[in-house]
Design a protein. Structure first.
Length: 297
């Protein structure tokens, strides 16, 4: 058996198209474009590429993109001052501070400073609290994108056993909350989990968000399981090559012979993250203007 490939790239493209149409409708009603501000501190080349592609896709969707690149040695006060300015700027509907921040900065404090109305990454205490309580709010992009792929693939998730490997604020924890809200029986595994392969083997749904290249092996999977590979890992370059291969947290070549369906890396969850970021920004824009969020967003 070969697993069905879950085409995140294609799903993300159709989501962006829908967002683009509704962004046009927003502009017509509000008299301005919806706006997303991305803050990048430091010179990390991978992040630079990621931020540039986000900016391009934002503009392609008919939204305004504001990029703020700050030097590596930016002070906490200067970063907080920028967040405050973006909070107060009526042209900005969404604020994303690229993580991780350089070590001397207090990540929690910076994220908590973002206005919950503009928290398109869903990381503020208000957003995480709303998600835990089952109240409407902005949900982190990667978990929401992963959930969209799962529902598209499986329909109802009710009663399924789900294992999330990883418990970060950005991915693992909100992913578990979303699966719980869909009536899955959820297990969260992490670096202290005993007998991880046995835990994973029970799962109908496996979400791997670990940051360890190709860690999850085919022998860990229940045959037919649906596998969402969140990991983005760059392997060291082959001799002569400039860049190493991009791989997930799942050993894809092995796993596709056992899984029922699986996301590839690249072309799986990554493009969904950006598409959902644009979706969240437009949702925030409608709410910030006091307009009803249209059906289908
Ligand atoms: N596709 C996308 O759009 C995105 C991809 N990513 C990628 O997803 C991956 C995870 O990201 P993120 O959640 O931010 O990473 P973090 O490093 O914040 O979290 C990793 C989690 O994995 C757990 N872990 C580490 N090693 C093991 C192990 N050997 N066995 C079991 N669990 C382990 C850690 O456990 P503990 O808590 O005990 O330390 C931790 O909870 C990365 O590869 C990242 O690049 C991230 C965001 C978006
Ligand atoms: N506040 C914050 N929010 C984030 O959501 C966030 C962050 N910080 N820091 C870094 C991680 C990582 N991340 C990715 C998003 C898309 C791709 C993506 O589009 N990947 C493409 C390939 C990209 C390539 O080829 O380099 C793919 O998987 O097909 C990758 C990684 C978001 N993150």
């Amino acid at each position: 058996m070969t697993a069905t490939l879950i085409d995140g790239k294609a799903f993300a493209a159709s989501l962006r198209e829908q967002v683009g149409e509704l962004a046009g409708a927003f502009e017509a009603r509000a008299g301005r474009k919806a706006g997303l501000a991305v803050v990048l501190v430091g010179e990390d080349p991978a992040s630079q590429v990621y931020v540039a592609s986000k900016a391009k896709q934002t503009v392609a969707c008919g939204m305004a993109s504001f990029e703020h690149r700050l030097p590596q040695d930016t002070s906490q006060d200067a970063l907080i001052a920028l967040v405050d300015r973006l909070n107060a700027d009526p042209a900005v509907d969404g604020i994303l501070v690229q993580l991780p921040l350089p070590g001397h900065l207090d990540e929690q404090a910076v994220v908590a400073r973002i206005s919950p109305d503009k928290d398109v990454d869903g990381l503020t205490p208000t957003s995480t609290g709303r998600l835990a309580l089952g109240l409407p709010g902005l949900v982190p992009c990667t978990p929401l994108g992963s959930l969209m792929l799962l529902k598209d693939q499986l329909g109802s998730l009710s009663g399924l056993d789900a294992v999330v490997i990883g418990r970060s604020i950005l991915v693992g924890k909100p992913m578990a909350q979303l699966l719980l809200a869909e009536n899955c029986t959820v297990t969260i595994a992490h670096s202290r989990t005993k007998d991880l392969p046995d835990v994973v083997r029970r799962a109908d749904i496996v979400v791997a968000a670990v940051g360890r290249p190709e860690m999850v092996k085919a022998s860990w999977l229940k045959p037919g399981a649906t596998v969402i590979d969140v990991g983005i890992n760059r392997l060291p370059p082959e001799p002569g090559a400039e860049k190493g291969k991009l791989v997930g947290d799942v050993d894809f070549a092995e796993a596709r012979a056992v899984a029922g369906a699986i996301t590839p890396v690249p072309g799986g969850v990554g493009p969904m993250t950006i598409a959902v970021l644009l979706r969240n920004s437009l949702v925030a824009a409608y709410r910030n203007e006091g307009l009803e969020v249209p059906e289908g967003l």
